[in-house]
Ligand binder design. Structure first.
Ligand code: FES
Length: 242
């Protein structure tokens, strides 16, 4: 790798390979940048904006911004951490995220980021959306109120499973997770419980119907490890345990 292929991230020199984004280079260097919709195995979505960084006077998404030589990037600033906190608070207000009653508590990246950013209250009035659940699949349950519209299930379904079952539909506040079947029900698709899409949700929107709560809340991943130490370790990468 050429010595020219380096940029500065919070004062640390980071090497990159041609074609990499700031996020990809940071991850390869072992530097955690907060994120929700990014996953190293899939195309970038650039929707959650939690990965925003300052790049020479501009605010950009690290997961979509190409790395370039001599860039000066700042991520860990009070201003950006506050902006991330507001984004997380907005997501909490936009869905119905009641952590104590959620099966994903302790394994949820939204919750873990909220803790990491010091969130103590909603800040925004809850929208209280009314979105239908979907229990039509024999093995999977869908709680759309917890969807953060990261499209990770959609990308995993299309890019890994080769099925393109999960997708987002609608605009603005009416955007929601839908399934490509004549009835619109997940149970009428060929979705499988072992599909990667079924295990990649960073929150508690896509849940298995069996085996939940076997790992007691309080003993789970983010109950003991802050997300900035662990990054985007997901259920699938922990061997599929809840
Ligand atoms: Fe970059 Fe979501 S992780 S926009």
């Amino acid at each position: 790798m050429s010595n020219d292929l380096q940029f500065s991230l919070d004062g640390v020199s980071v090497c990159f390979e041609k074609g990499e984004t700031i996020m990809q280079a940071a991850q390869r260097a072992g530097i955690y940048l907060p994120h929700l919709c990014f996953h190293p195995d899939f195309s970038a979505h650039g929707s959650c904006r939690v990965c925003i960084v300052h790049l020479q006077g501009k605010t950009v998404a690290a997961c979509t911004q190409p790395a370039e030589s001599n860039q000066v990037v700042q991520s860990n600033t009070p201003e950006l951490q506050k902006a991330r906190l507001r984004l997380i608070q907005l997501l909490f207000a936009e869905g119905n995220h009641y952590c104590p009653t959620c099966e994903t508590s302790g394994n949820c990246q939204l919750q873990a980021l909220a803790y990491d950013l010091g969130m103590t209250h909603y800040h925004y009035d809850p929208f209280m959306p009314e979105r239908q659940t979907d229990g039509s699949h024999p093995d999977l349950f869908i709680d759309r109120d917890r969807c953060i519209q990261c499209d990770l299930c959609g990308r995993a379904s299309a890019e890994y499973d080769g099925k393109a079952i999960y997708t987002l539909s609608g605009r603005g506040q009416n955007t929601q997770l839908v399934f490509r079947s004549p009835s619109g029900l997940l149970g009428d698709t060929n979705a499988g419980a072992d599909d990667r899409a079924a295990h990649i949700c960073p929150v508690g929107c896509i849940l298995p119907k069996t085996g939940n709560y076997q790992e007691p809340i309080g003993t789970r991943l983010y109950d003991h490890h802050p997300i900035h130490d662990i990054g985007n370790l997901r259920k699938e990468e922990r061997g599929g345990s809840s």
